[in-house]
Design a binder for this molecule. Structure first.
Ligand SMILES: Cc1ncc(COP(=O)(O)O)c(C=O)c1O
Length: 441
């Protein structure tokens, strides 16, 4: 890793870390644009914000980082050092976690594919908490556990089919994820619970749901918990009492990209009473897990791009930057209005300004938010895209032969560290098969 001495960061910035114009220009000169810059202190602050929000929960509480949001090894290592859990969805994510010094004992593993080979791999590597989402998936897990000779703590992923107000909804009627609470067939929650309870080596652990990402109204968590509680009470009447050790309410904590969204403490305020009353009604002081990818990582990172051209038509101004949706694909897919700021700023005489990327595609226009400041945009200045730490660098694509940009981190002691080297065009050429010999020779 390359270390560079930091430009001075003032005390107040350390308390609420913001990157100064001075440091962003300094890094642009040194590493070129576009580049991404992560603030380590913000990653750590986000963990403690979620933990503090659930302090009044009367059971046990764990935060799990959803590695899919940002699998940069230094980001993973930062969360490993915070002692939190990890929500993983592929054996390759587990590989990353282990290489970053994380323990498989701290993993909650939720597969979409649920194949036997995948389960065998992760159990051999030491994972023992697995969420199943189908009957065939459970059979594969039972077979894999038998082969590996390990016991598994099994959670059932349910689809509570509640209304979710979110950018990405994970719980829709007959949705792809989880099993129904009211289905009597083998891909229904009651059948899976019964099968787990009656299978040696499978320890029934609890329930999991994931309602969506960027959830704007926390009511859906309360609705889902209400449905789950009455399901559990009904299932106990039918199957006899069984313990519930874990309830995992998935991800979805929102980030305030351009509008007001509930903070973790507002989410917990609307849920704690219900959660604590579920402890009473079930008689189990279960562990509550909150998974989070977006909230834990988004606000920690900015992308810095340079303005390369401007074009004016009457009231309208196009501002061209040297990045594009290949560097912020999530913004293009979900129309995320990242707060954007030209530095140094200025006033604008143009009622409409469009921020556009370098790609030859009419869709390569950045959605901007009411918090965006595009005044003073001129060629040569920098543009800062804020809150881009989640689902951005993991979706980098080389469209138009664009190499992956540098990813840098400002550490808590104020150093800048290269946490992902920028690719050069020769590396990209070779990765794309450039070194394959002429097939006819
Ligand atoms: C099962 C599960 N948990 C957690 C998350 C993380 O969601 P978010 O990044 O919105 O917190 C996801 C995202 O897709 C998910 O599928």
């Amino acid at each position: 890793m390359v270390e560079t001495r930091a430009q001075p960061v003032s005390k107040s910035r350390q308390a609420l870390p913001r990157f100064s114009d001075q440091e962003l220009y300094y890094l642009a000169e040194k590493f070129g644009t576009p580049y991404y810059l992560i603030d380590e202190a913000t990653l750590r602050k986000n963990v403690s914000e979620i933990e503090q929000a659930f302090q009044e929960f009367k059971g046990h509480f764990r935060v799990a980082y959803s590695v899919k949001a940002n699998f940069n090894p230094t980001v993973i290592k930062t969360f490993v050092s915070e002692g939190i859990m990890f929500d993983l969805t592929s054996s390759n994510e587990l590989y990353f976690l282990i290489r970053c010094g994380g323990s498989p004992a701290n993993v909650i593993y939720t597969s979409i594919t649920e194949t036997m080979a995948e389960y065998e791999t992760i159990l051999k590597l030491g994972v023992h908490k697995v969420v199943v989402s189908s009957y065939n998936g459970l059979l594969n897990l039972i077979e894999a556990a038998g082969r590996v000779g390990e016991e598994v703590d099994v959670l059932v992923r349910v689809n509570p089919e509640v209304h979710v107000k979110a950018e990405l909804r994970g719980s829709i009627r007959h949705g792809k994820f989880g099993v129904q609470l009211d289905s009597p067939n083998e891909d229904g929650a009651i059948f899976l619970v019964k099968r787990i309870l009656s299978t040696p080596g499978m320890n029934f652990d609890g329930f999991h749901f994931h309602l969506g990402s960027q959830i704007e109204d926390p009511m859906c968590y309360a609705d889902a918990l209400e449905k789950l509680e009455s399901f559990i009470l009904g299932a106990r009447r039918e199957l006899g009492s069984f313990p519930v050790n874990t309830i995992d309410i998935g991800g979805g904590l929102p980030v305030s990209y351009g509008k007001n969204v509930p903070a973790p403490k507002e989410l917990s305020a609307s849920l704690l009473e219900r959660l604590n009353s579920i402890i009473q009604s079930l008689g189990d002081r279960f562990t509550l897990i909150v998974e989070s990818g977006r909230y834990l990582s988004a606000e920690s990172m900015v992308m810095v791009s340079r303005i390369v051209n401007v074009k004016k038509f009457g009231d309208f101004k196009y501002v061209y930057v040297d990045s594009g949706y290949h560097t912020l694909l999530d913004a293009a897919l979900l129309k995320h209005e990242y707060p954007v700021e030209v530095i140094p700023g200025g006033s604008s005489t143009y009622p409409k300004t469009a921020l556009v990327g370098r790609l030859c595609d009419p869709l390569d226009i950045f959605p901007t938010s009411s918090r965006s400041k595009l005044g003073g945009a001129e060629a040569g200045k920098l543009v800062v895209f804020k809150d881009v730490g989640a689902y951005s660098i993991v979706l980098n694509t080389p469209f138009h032969c664009q190499p992956k940009p540098y990813v840098l981190m400002r550490s808590t002691v104020g150093n800048y560290v290269v946490v992902r080297k920028g690719q050069d065009v020769e590396e990209l050429f070779n990765e794309e098969g450039g070194s394959v010999l002429n097939v006819n020779s």
